[in-house]
Design a protein around this ligand. Structure first.
Ligand code: TPP
Ligand code: MG
Length: 383
């Protein structure tokens, strides 16, 4: 392990040094800010690449929302506003690290090389998963709130037992990253995961994307104390970071992952961010939150602040920004074309893979369903 990563781990262990303030390295107007304990870990090239990721993920999300509105998807869960947290955490990973997402982590999927069209499959109702978790090191989306934090902790304990922690080999030591929401923090599963991770010193980093809302329930209804302080009670460090700040999220996640891989145990990162769109396309947020609140967060937009930074530093100009936007439009066009061309599976395939081996109850339900479908065909023939 390098001396600098040792320093960063030391910083994280010293929780008090964060002084309870969200770590911020880039202000909403795109100016660099220094922090006494946290240093930027991305060079200009990486910041440009991460900016491109954020723009493309946002464009993907916009197209998916439109596809849902046009009846091509049953539902869509927008990641709008959370691009910095997702791209920064994903870019801090090494290839051997393993991620357990919720259902909103399209930026993670993108950065781990999962085709956006594959992400759309389950939302179109044609796939139970979408991708091979082993190929990308990304577990399938989990809709059962908080459950993936237990899966991640169990997986991390397995990694530990495989001896893939604390060897000092940067290609072998492995960390696990689990995402969950502010609402999920109230689930028993999350408390159990934090407790197990702590006592077994599991190599897992928990990223709580506090996007301020759990559907219509505000974050202050989940906890009396800032969520990052939960880890204290379990006995490991936690910190709050400006979740709309690419540079800060990347820096603290890199440090936490280093800590996990080195065998120093879990960290909780509370990424303070905002869900700019509706909870899902089935939700109407005007029923429970004010336009003034949304407007305030619009001023902290994660993509705009990196854009300002790049332009101010002469790393981007109107032409190069337009080129990235054009790339986004081409991506959206491809996603639309390929999504609408996805073949509909035979409805009976939903009974496959329920259990590994044939099961009498599933077989019974399947034959009932086949007869039910056939009754419609009979009507058509008869009618
Ligand atoms: C165990 C469980 N309970 C309830 C639900 C219904 N539900 C879906 S999303 C959601 C809110 C989750 O909020 P949060 O954890 O903040 O994540 P966000 O959607 O804001 O990213 C709830 C209660 C569920 N999917 N699973
Ligand atoms: Mg939330």
């Amino acid at each position: 392990m390098s001396e600098s990563s040792r320093d960063r781990r030391g910083v994280l262990a010293e929780e008090a040094s964060f002084r309870g303030e969200p770590v911020q390295l880039l202000t909403p107007d795109g100016r660099r800010r220094s922090h006494p304990d946290v240093v930027v870990g991305m060079d200009d090239g990486e910041i440009l690449a991460a900016y491109r990721d954020m723009v493309l993920v946002r464009r993907f999300d916009e197209e998916a929302t439109a596809l849902q509105r046009q009846g091509e998807l049953g539902l869509w869960v927008s990641s709008l506003g959370q691009e910095a947290t997702q791209v920064a955490t994903a870019r801090a990973l090494r290839s051997q690290d393993v991620v357990f997402p919720t259902y909103r982590e399209h930026g993670i999927a993108w950065c781990r090389g999962i085709d956006p069209v594959a992400v759309l499959g389950p939302f179109r109702g044609i796939s139970h998963g979408g991708w091979d978790p082993r190929e990308h090191g990304v577990h399938l989306y989990t809709l059962v709130i908080g459950a993936q934090t237990l899966h991640a902790t169990g997986y991390a304990m397995g990694v530990q037992r495989d001896g893939a922690v604390g060897t000092g080999d940067p290609t072998r030591d492995t960390a696990v990253l689990a995402y969950f929401g502010d609402g999920a923090s109230s689930e028993g599963d999350v408390s159990e995961a934090l407790g197990h991770a702590a006592v077994f010193n599991a190599p897992v980093v928990f990223v709580c994307q506090n996007n301020q809302w759990a559907i219509s329930v505000p974050a202050e209804r989940q906890s009396r104390v800032p969520l990052h302080r939960r880890s204290q009670g379990f006995g490991f460090p936690g910190l709050r970071v400006d979740g709309n700040d690419l540079l800060a999220v990347h820096a603290v996640t890199t440090a936490a992952l280093d800590r996990a891989r080195a065998g120093d145990g879990p960290t909780l990162i509370e990424a303070f961010t905002y869900r700019m769109a509706a909870h899902t396309t089935s939700d109407d947020p005007t029923r429970y939150r004010s336009e003034a609140e949304v407007e305030q967060w619009r001023g902290r937009d994660p993509v705009a602040r990196v854009e300002r930074y790049l332009v101010d530093r002469g790393l981007a100009d109107e032409d190069s920004l337009a080129a990235v936007r054009a790339e986004g439009d081409a991506l959206a066009e491809r996603i639309r074309r390929e999504c609408t061309a996805l073949p509909d599976p035979d409805p009976e395939t939903m009974f496959e893979h329920v259990y590994r081996d044939p099961h009498p109850l599933v077989a019974e339900e399947r034959s009932w369903f086949a007869a039910y479908r056939a009754s419609f065909l009979d009507d058509e023939v008869g009618g």
